[in-house]
Design a protein around this ligand. Structure first.
Ligand code: PAF
Length: 284
């Protein structure tokens, strides 16, 4: 496994692999790797011949007062994980490499970023799409792998790739969960033991939603209010929002129909946790 710290070196390594006829897979991450990331690497290894992972805590996707400074950066442990998982190249640039001067060119996907997470984290998606566009230009992968856990991010990135005719395909992989249902996330490590237990209610509320839709309840207000009750069992959970949206347009649905994305965002202490499920009402 090679570790590339510069844009020039990762480009050289990818070019050499491509020269040997290899298909390039790319897993962009912010490090603090966990089994969710490992599942993306595994998928990338299955679908491509040469896997590049980036580890970069991207400053432009954090708002003022968010956890940019405290975001975990266990690079040594991450490199071990990558080695074990069979990654070919880790691209771990500095902020100076990625943003050598004031950044005045931004990639902004409209509409899809105005709802859901975009409301509670203004500017977040502009940072994500800009850094992903940069990373795609640097690594030039054939396939890039994203987790369903960040459903809106995956939808927004797919749209950016389509709208800008970027020559790669986005592969979205299922959310990895702990046995109690909690979606695996780098931010889970901020939680104390009791908070972690409470966080399992997030998935319980999503399961409740799935069951209600299965039972024929189609009024989203009713569904949301019952999901709230599940979450309110733990006083530590502060609900930011629960939304039932069209899985393609991300428009809020009053009446449940078609493919529905149910998204939950809560805060436990100062940690924001997100999760979602996709429900195809036609396939009850
Ligand atoms: O999902 C993440 O970890 C980040 O948003 C990404 C895609 C690596 C961009 O910084």
């Amino acid at each position: 496994m090679k570790v590339a710290k510069t844009i020039e070196s990762v480009r050289r390594l990818v070019k050499a692999a491509r020269g040997k006829g290899k298909k390039i897979g790319f897993v962009p991450t912010m490090g603090a790797l966990h089994i969710g990331h490992i599942s993306l690497i595994k998928k990338a290894k299955l679908k491509t011949d040469f896997v590049v992972i980036s580890i970069f805590v991207n400053p432009t996707q954090f708002g003022p007062g968010e956890d940019f400074e405290k975001y975990p950066r266990p690079l040594k442990a991450d490199l071990e994980i990558c080695k074990k998982a069979g990654v070919d190249v880790v691209f771990a640039p500095t902020a100076k490499q990625m943003y050598p001067r004031e950044n005045i060119t931004w990639v902004n996907v409209e509409k899809l970023t105005e709802q859901l997470f975009g409301r509670s984290r203004p500017g977040h998606f502009r940072g994500v799409t800009t850094v992903c566009a940069k990373l795609f230009n640097i690594v030039a992968p054939d396939l890039a792998f994203f987790g369903q856990k960040d459903a809106q991010q995956a939808i927004v990135i797919k749209r950016m790739v389509a709208d800008l005719n970027m020559p790669l395909k986005i592969v979205v992989c299922p959310t990895v969960r702990q046995p109690d249902g909690l979606a695996v996330s780098s931010r889970n490590q901020y939680l104390a033991a009791q908070q972690k237990k409470d966080a399992a209610l997030i998935y319980k509320s999503l399961q409740k939603c799935r069951q209600m839709i299965k039972d024929g309840i189609s009024n989203s207000k009713t569904i949301i209010s019952r999901m709230r009750k599940v979450l309110q069992q733990a006083p530590s959970i502060k609900i930011e929002y629960i939304s039932l949206v069209d899985a393609e347009t991300l428009r809020e649905l009053d009446k449940i129909t078609g493919k529905v994305l149910t998204a939950v965002v809560v805060k436990i202490g100062s940690t924001r946790l997100i999760d979602n499920i996709l429900i195809d009402t036609e396939k009850k």
